[in-house]
Design a protein around this ligand. Structure first.
Ligand code: C2E
Ligand code: CA
Ligand code: CA
Length: 457
């Protein structure tokens, strides 16, 4: 159920069934007074359930997990992340009915336990918590809007405290998988063997396909042209593809699994080397073309990243101006010293740096001027609103002007129609990428495409 519809709902009377616990009981860390520790949640379930039963109410567990919280830590650093958690804790405490308790279960996970007379009261409370979390919040001068996924479960006789909490946790996981920013009640099919188990089974399968592809050559790079407004080829983006036993898996699925199981470093090194070799071959074949290679956060967290990059340039014997690395905007703002150092050093090698997926994170215009980037790529989610969405168009136009002022090359991804192409060109973008020009293709096909494109001009 979506959380959005709060304004249409009026608050029912919430009944107080448990005396308010005095503030300060066992709290630690950045959460404000009143938020308790994880270990206390289990201990208090039985106590609260007994009180609820005496009052003819039900004990409800609300398992909350802030959506995309990792991006806050990645972008603004952990100290700011802690401040955000403290603000959210205060907001949650403020809307809990008297007698309810709130526990911090993990970095951005909370459990609220409240004795409530009906499920509709519980849903009302879930919506209220969602609205509280959504209220804008200023972090280092940037206004951010967070959302939350909530799993709800009503206490059933005979459940242990950990079974009770685990069911709310699983329901939260389902809410998250349905896109987040919503709440879900625990259901029978969320028990072991439900969607959570399905997901982990799929991850295990993808992991084994990845190992298999690495061993038997199922990995490949496909290249998608980025076409300049003047018709020249600005660059080609190298996109990884993986198949095992003839079955393809999309990078959207296998990259996160590779990050989880620690394979991303290997995959990243492989794509750096392959991309550099392709750039060298294109150069030798008289079609000098820049190859843009995607880099993930896990790679940049490694101190070995720069030697992998230099190794690839050296082995392929390609000058650095023919390589560009694509990093998401949140990575540029990452506070980790290793990441910052890697980003600086990449530029010192002479390799280009593109801000990828621009517009999807918490873009901070103030810091844009300090980034060592050479290119800005508007995310396809932006471009696909064009030409109809005039607000998006206004943003694309003014961001393009600003980026030009800062000396960046500006690219749109996800251009699928000639109308989108026209709007991008009118907005002054330097280059476009998308199915309208060509889909990602193997190197053999790319050279043929480049040749025919060259002759068409
Ligand atoms: P990305 O860097 O934003 O790459 C662009 C994605 O958009 C690609 O999806 C591409 O096939 C797709 N695309 C291109 N033109 C269009 C269009 O006109 N319409 C639509 N709807 N889609 C278009 P793909 O290949 O599935 O890759 C998904 C993501 O996986 C990439 O997003 C990138 O974040 C990641 N990825 C791909 N290769 C690598 C890699 O070698 N290393 C790392 N770390 N990440 C990679
Ligand atoms: Ca990219
Ligand atoms: Ca992108």
């Amino acid at each position: 159920m979506r959380l959005k519809f709060l304004s249409a709902i009026t608050r029912p009377l919430l009944t107080s069934v448990v005396p308010m616990k005095h503030a300060g009981g066992g709290r630690r860390g950045p959460a404000p007074s009143g938020v308790l520790l994880r270990s206390e949640a289990h201990r208090m379930v039985a106590q609260l359930a007994a009180v609820a039963a005496r009052q003819a109410s039900q004990l409800i567990a609300f398992w909350l997990d802030v959506d995309r919280f990792r991006q806050i830590n990645d972008t603004f650093g952990h100290a700011s992340g802690d401040e955000v958690v403290a603000v959210l804790s205060r907001r949650l405490l403020a809307v809990l009915p008297p007698g309810a308790q709130c526990f911090r279960m993990g970095s951005d996970e909370f459990v609220a336990l409240a004795a409530l007379p009906s499920c509709s009261e519980a849903e009302w409370l879930a919506r209220t918590m969602g609205t509280e979390i959504e209220r804008p919040l200023s972090v280092q001068g940037v206004n951010i809007h967070l959302t939350v996924s909530i799993g709800l479960h009503a206490w059933t006789d005979g459940e242990s405290a950990s079974q009770f909490l685990a069911r709310a946790d699983r329901a939260m996981f389902v809410a998250k998988r349905m896109g987040g920013n919503r709440f879900e009640w625990a259901r029978e099919d969320h028990r072991d063997g439900g969607p959570g188990a399905e997901q982990s089974k799929r991850e295990l399968m993808v992991a084994s396909m990845l190992h298999d592809a690495l061993l038997h050559g199922g990995l490949a790079l496909r290249y998608q042209p980025i076409v300049g407004a003047d018709g020249r080829i600005e660059a080609v983006e190298a996109l990884m593809s993986c198949s095992s036993g003839g079955v393809p898996v999309s990078p959207g699925e296998f990259i996160p699994v590779a990050e989880k199981i620690g394979l991303i470093d290997k995959l990243g090194e492989w794509s750096l080397m392959e991309g550099a070799l392709c750039a060298a071959r294109l150069l030798r074949q008289g079609m000098p073309t820049k190859v843009a290679i995607n880099v993930s956060r896990a790679q940049l967290l490694s101190e070995a990243f720069l030697s992998a990059l230099q190794g690839a340039l050296l082995c392929a014997n390609v000058p650095p101006q023919w390589i560009e690395l694509e990093l998401t905007e949140s990575l540029f703002m990452e506070q980790s010293p290793t990441v910052q150092q890697n980003v600086q050093r990449i530029r010192e090698t002479g390799v280009g740096l593109a801000i990828d997926d621009f517009g999807t994170g918490y873009s901070c215009l103030a810091t844009l001027k300090d980034l060592p980037a050479t290119k800005l790529k508007f995310d396809k989610a932006f471009i696909q609103c064009l030409p109809d969405d005039t607000r998006v168009l206004a943003i694309v136009r003014s961001m393009t002007d600003l980026a030009h002022f800062l000396g960046l090359v500006v690219v749109a991804e996800g251009v699928e129609t000639d109308e989108q192409l026209r709007v991008c060109e009118d907005a002054g973008l330097d280059a476009t990428q998308g199915y309208f020009h060509a889909r990602p293709m193997p190197e053999g096909q790319l050279t043929a495409w480049l040749e025919s494109h060259h002759h068409e001009r």
